[in-house]
Design a protein around this ligand. Sequence first.
Ligand SMILES: [Cu+2]
Length: 326
Amino acid sequence: MTNLLIILIAFLVIATLVQILRVGELLSEVRNLDVNKVTEKDNKTQSFLMGSVGILFLVSCVWQYFSWEHLMLPAASSEHGVTIDKLMAFTMILIIVVFFILHIILFYFLYKYRKGDHNDVAYYYPHNNKLELIWTIAPTIVLTVVILYGLSVWDQITNADTSKSQVIEVYGKQFDWMARYPGEDETLGSYNYKLVQGLNALGVDMQDEASLDDKLTRELHLVVDEPVLLKLRSQDIIHSAFLPHFRVQMNCVPGMSTQFAFTPTKTTSEMKEQEGDSFEYVLLCNKICGAAHYNMQMKVVVETQEEYDNWLSQKNTLSEKLITKK
Ligand SMILES: [Cu+2]
């Protein structure tokens, strides 16, 4: 109902404006004035309005930046996240500087080169090799620097040493996440999509001895300052495991295993002190994967080794679960 009223009001406002314009035109006709003739006064008004729009636009950009800043993510909670934040800041500063320079010039020129009272004709200037070279070479150099910097950061992140990483499997399906921890053998048991059935959502092969002590959890717990290697899988369609606070994102693709290695650097309780008591780390799905995609998330906890060991020891292994079921 409210929407209908808003549409109706908008329609009436437009109709009123059209009528006012029409009245203006009729008055000019009565006074024998040519409504299509652009006067010096019109040009001045239009250029002034255009300049005002430009200034308001830039002021609103600055205002929005500061008023929405609280929605930005806090500083990265992982080792590699710091390098990503630096790359992001470098790119953003570059873009913002260029954005302001170009828009100031754009609106200033619109004002400066408004039509004057004299009969000036635009200067015909079809080509200039020097200018062409400058605006081709300058962006080429800048973009090459940005791309090379980005590639080197990407290379650094994706080639992390995983030999000492704790391996955890993260499994996505419509519409939730599960994590699988290897047991004391420190090896995740094998799996096969053909075994996905009923409670065995991950298709874990229970004939494999390494599977027996694996543990399934609904939360992802990580040890602070210890490297972790997430092995990502999906049951049905492409999901994307997104851990915004750690600057981690990797697609989970059915039929294959993808991975991401990183080291968390701040515990959940440290973050609660910094960001407030309601703070929690989360693992989100960042691929629009269906109706309940928005709700596809898992709580992530970063804690000390002691707290982590304590938490994991309380979880049943897959073989224990089988026994209780029998
Ligand atoms: Cu999803």
